[in-house]
Design a protein around this ligand. Structure first.
Ligand SMILES: Cc1cc2nc3c(=O)[nH]c(=O)nc-3n(C[C@H](O)[C@H](O)[C@H](O)COP(=O)(O)OP(=O)(O)OC[C@H]3O[C@@H](n4cnc5c(N)ncnc54)[C@H](O)[C@@H]3O)c2cc1C
Length: 515
């Protein structure tokens, strides 16, 4: 069997393991990480995508809230490219007790989570699709956090500091010499070959599988896999992370992620983190809860549903996994099971992964008898050095830094961007119908379905309109064209109108644009 030697062996390539390998490598320790599949293939790649402010835990789980806000501040500094700074809202819908808002405010203040109550009218101005019956609204610094960028960034940084990452390598045995763990046997899942990795200390960061790994060395970790389901909807129904202002429950958070948004989640105890199904009743429940936040939610298109398993650590058995703290757990098996050189880090959140890694590597250093300070809170991840947050549209901006004048804007009438801009400058009007009459824009078979939203964007730039005026122009054009379309809604024209309707209502949500 081939063999490898290292000081630290990390098991698990989710956010926790990736944080541990980076931290250990940055402290100058020889480190190897093994992951049975790809990076972030476990819970980290299936989570809700929320960089917690701590607001969600401020009332019920204050320790977790404090950890979240402290790490939220650090991650904004060191992992900015993985974060979209959407901000967060907690809102009291007609189904929520408005008095809970006071408890929430007190909880946030006691745990240091920045919070501000804003007028409901202001909340609805920011998020026009929210239920108009909301009675209270609070802002917190929630954001969207990209798990794949985060984990890959940590892995890249770890490699730059000399670590080795072995993907598709499954731990099949932990080896002991008396009371001491001395390494692992791993199987290459692609070739079937086995490899012996000798290590001075092993860090078990296998998330919901941490109990299985600890058992291989005769250790115990009571990890309760808490299943949660989520559904991705076909576009951003909100641009802010929106939470219900009530004690944590099912289906009470909506997170905008890139071009979609994700509603979640449930929390049920399951026996096996590899066996997670999504029941139709759970989908119905999520969609019903979504409707309470955003009326018409069910009419949007659900793209896909999936589940992840929370690695919840509890010293004793519990019936309801929501009762288990979201704070992390560090288990030094020397103290707990008499097994030396094995440390388990589990529980917690992706938001707190860096802190979890820090305490795990501190414990590993203690076992090794070395004292090396953690630096992961200081040094940004690769790609985050400039401190800029990810912004929706940045890819498009990078691809099209300057508009191309020969670009076709209206395929039916073959109108180029240059021709359109010239006409707009000549007419000097905010009325798209005037432009239509000038160029026959939107008068071909699609009746504006494909060109008019592009033309609105161009008008917005050429006439220096503010977004409200641009939205009004678009809506006025659609209204005007609809008058002529609706008397002939049959056959292919009916199909075309449905398609246009999907573009404008389904993708762009024009009914909800601020005007
Ligand atoms: C539904 C849901 C929603 C959530 N939403 C949020 C949220 O919005 N914000 C937030 O901060 N947190 C959230 N969390 C919590 C967060 O996702 C987890 O706490 C975090 O992802 C755990 O990361 P991890 O690295 O510990 O575990 P994982 O990501 O599961 O990583 C463990 C890894 O170990 C590997 N492994 C297992 N066995 C072996 C083996 N024998 N050999 C080698 N490798 C092995 C697995 O393949 C896996 O990749 C959510 C969790 C769930 C379930």
């Amino acid at each position: 069997m081939a063999a490898l030697e290292t000081e630290v062996l990390v098991i698990g390539g989710g956010s926790t393991g990736a944080g541990v390998v980076r931290d250990a490598a940055m402290r100058g320790l020889g480190t190897v990480l093994v992951e049975r599949k790809d990076l972030a293939d476990g819970t980290t790649g299936r989570y809700h995508g929320l960089l917690h402010s701590g607001g969600r835990y401020a009332v019920k789980d204050p320790e977790a809230a404090k950890e979240c806000i402290a790490e939220n501040v650090i991650l904004r500094r060191i992992a900015s490219d993985c974060i979209e700074d959407t901000g967060g809202l907690f809102v009291s819908t007609p189904w929520d007790d408005p008095a809970f808002g006071d408890t929430f405010l007190q909880g946030c203040r006691a745990t240091g989570v920045p919070v501000e109550e804003i007028d409901v009218a202001e909340a609805l101005r920011r998020e026009p699709r929210l239920h108009p019956g909301i009675s209270r609204a609070f802002t917190v610094p929630d954001a969207a956090l990209d798990p794949w960028k985060l984990v890959r960034g940590c892995a890249r940084s770890a490699e730059e500091h000399g670590a080795q990452i072995l993907l598709y390598h499954r731990v099949v045995a932990l080896e002991r010499d008396g009371d001491r763990v001395i390494g692992a046997v791993v199987r290459n899942e692609l070739t079937g070959e086995e490899l012996r990795i000798q290590a001075e200390v092993v860090v078990n960061a296998a998330g919901a599988w941490a109990g299985q790994i600890a058992q291989l060395a005769g250790g115990r970790v009571n990890v309760l896999p808490g299943k949660g389901i989520m559904i991705a909807m076909n576009h951003r129904l909100v641009n802010t992370v929106v939470n219900r202002c009530k004690p944590p429950a099912d289906g009470d958070i909506l997170v905008p992620i890139r071009t979609v948004c994700v509603i979640g989640t449930t929390d049920t105890k399951v026996a096996d983190p590899d066996d997670l199904d999504v029941a139709q009743t759970e989908i119905d429940e999520m969609l019903d809860e979504g409707e309470k936040l955003v009326p018409g939610f069910r009419e949007a298109r659900a793209l896909r549903a999936w589940a992840g398993a929370r690695p919840l650590f509890s010293a004793e058995e519990v019936a309801d996994t929501r009762e288990v703290s979201r704070s992390h757990a560090l288990i030094d098996h020397r103290e707990r099971d008499g097994v030396e050189r094995l440390v388990t880090i589990t529980g917690g959140k992706t938001t707190t992964f860096r802190l979890m890694a820090e305490v795990a590597v501190d414990a590993a250093c203690a076992q090794l008898g070395v004292d090396r300070p953690c630096r992961t809170h200081e040094e940004p991840l690769p790609g985050s050095g400039d401190g800029h947050f990810y912004a929706l549209g940045s890819r498009l901006r990078a691809r099209e830094p300057v508009p191309r004048p020969e670009e076709i804007i209206c395929e039916c009438e073959l109108i180029t961007r240059q021709r359109l801009e010239d006409a707009m400058e000549r007419r000097h009007t905010a009325n798209l119908d005037d432009i239509r009459r000038t160029l026959r824009l939107g008068m071909g078979p699609c009746q504006g379905g494909f060109c008019i939203y592009r033309a609105t964007g161009i008008l917005h730039a050429v006439e220096r309109l503010d977004h409200r005026a641009a939205n009004e122009s678009l809506l006025a054009f659609l209204q005007e064209r609809w008058k002529g379309v609706h008397p002939v809604l049959y056959g292919d024209q009916m199909r075309q109108a449905r398609l246009d309707d999907w573009i404008f209502q389904g993708l762009l949500g024009v009914q909800h644009l601020p005007t």
